[in-house]
Design a binder for this molecule. Structure first.
Ligand code: PEP
Ligand code: MN
Length: 346
């Protein structure tokens, strides 16, 4: 259930509504929109009746939220959530681009790629220190050492760091370095981890599980939002289907569906979605054309010798060519490539 109040409602009236919600052993969540203030209610909302709130001061409307997910739903907040990183934003007009290698392999490789991306105007650098690999015999990431290298990248290049957390044991140390915490496809339904990450109040990049429906993804986002953390970026990264010609099937249908059902920003990871580097540019353009707010792309200086996901990684040169194409596409879909303002050479 959702209580709609005027943005200028007296604090006393807002608090009375919240107290009433708590009286019913439910939890109120204040969500200010552009013109209205919504108070979302989670818990045993079937015990509440519309009439309990309709007569209260400053209450304009009481709405039953029809979806299973509530706080992240469009019904709860009609305007798009824009996450501001002190300059760059995601969810608004700006095309939001995250780029970098699959894994931190060593200091030299990481610095080389970070330096080239910085030159292109990229603000958000991705690289895994903790790697969830399908086989236990493949490279598992440099772990703490990888985080140290990412911290150096942050200091040296002024890049913001996007890196994955795999479990609660390393959450604290990942939080110290990451500007955005990545939750990988394999952990999308690790609900206790979602709650812990939500409670850190750090921005989160939540990747869709490989067998998860859009509803499952939004319900996972709901776990984070229920901790009053709305800094959630959703990421379509391909799902498992019967098709074997590509690593996964990039489900671009999900983008307009998520946009309709949720106020949260959504980006696409065509690298994992396709799994083959030469298909990544086409699917990147398709993702932006169908309404994604941005992209996450794997870039490696030496893909053939990469310790993970080399086959789906673009070289910096190919990535730069893609950026140029995205720059042409952006205005057609009412987006802007702000990163060009930071670029040293293109
Ligand atoms: C990654 O981003 O490198 C990764 C492991 O992605 P996913 O969780 O989508 O497989
Ligand atoms: Mn990868």
């Amino acid at each position: 259930m959702l209580i709609i109040m005027g943005l200028e409602s007296p604090r006393e009236d807002i608090n009375k509504v919240k107290e009433k919600i708590i009286e019913f052993s439910c939890t109120p969540h204040e969500i200010p929109g552009s013109s209205k203030l919504a108070i979302g209610i989670t818990g045993a909302t079937h015990l509440l009746k519309e009439e309990d709130f309709q007569m209260m001061h400053s209450v304009q409307e009481v709405v039953r939220v029809s979806k299973k997910f509530k706080l992240v739903s469009r019904q709860m907040k009609s305007n798009d959530t824009i996450i501001d990183f002190g300059g760059p934003t995601v969810g608004g007009k700006e095309l939001f681009i995250i780029a970098g290698p699959c894994s931190v392999e060593n200091r030299e490789q990481t610095f080389e790629i970070a330096g080239q991306l910085k030159e292109m105007g990229i603000n958000f650098f991705r690289a895994g220190a903790y790697k969830p690999r399908s086989s236990p015999y493949t490279f598992q990431g440099l772990k703490e050492k990888g985080l140290e290298i990412l911290d150096e990248v942050k200091q040296k290049f002024g890049l913001k760091i996007v890196t994955e957390v795999m479990n609660s044991q390393s959450l604290q140390s990942v939080c110290e370095v990451a500007d955005i915490i990545q939750i990988g496809a394999r952990n999308m339904q690790n609900y206790s981890l979602l709650e812990e990450i939500g409670a850190t109040q750090k921005p989160v990049l939540l990747k869709r599980g490989m067998s998860a429906t859009v509803e499952d993804l939004l319900l996972s986002a709901e776990y984070i939002a229920a901790q009053s953390n709305y800094n959630i970026i959703l990421c379509e990264r391909g799902i498992r289907t019967f098709e074997t010609s590509t690593r996964n099937t990039l489900d671009l249908n999900a983008v307009p569906v998520i946009k309709q059902w949720s106020h949260l920003p959504v980006i696409v990871d065509p690298s994992h979605g396709v799994g083959i580097w030469d298909k990544v540019p086409q699917m990147s353009l398709a993702a932006i054309a169908c309404g994604a707010d941005g992209l996450m792309i794997e870039v490696h200086n030496d893909p053939e010798n990469a310790l993970s996901d080399g086959y789906q990684s673009l070289t910096p040169k190919k990535f730069k060519e893609l950026l140029n194409k995205l720059n042409e596409l952006a205005p057609i879909v009412n987006k802007e490539m702000k990163l060009y303002e930071n670029a040293n050479s293109l």
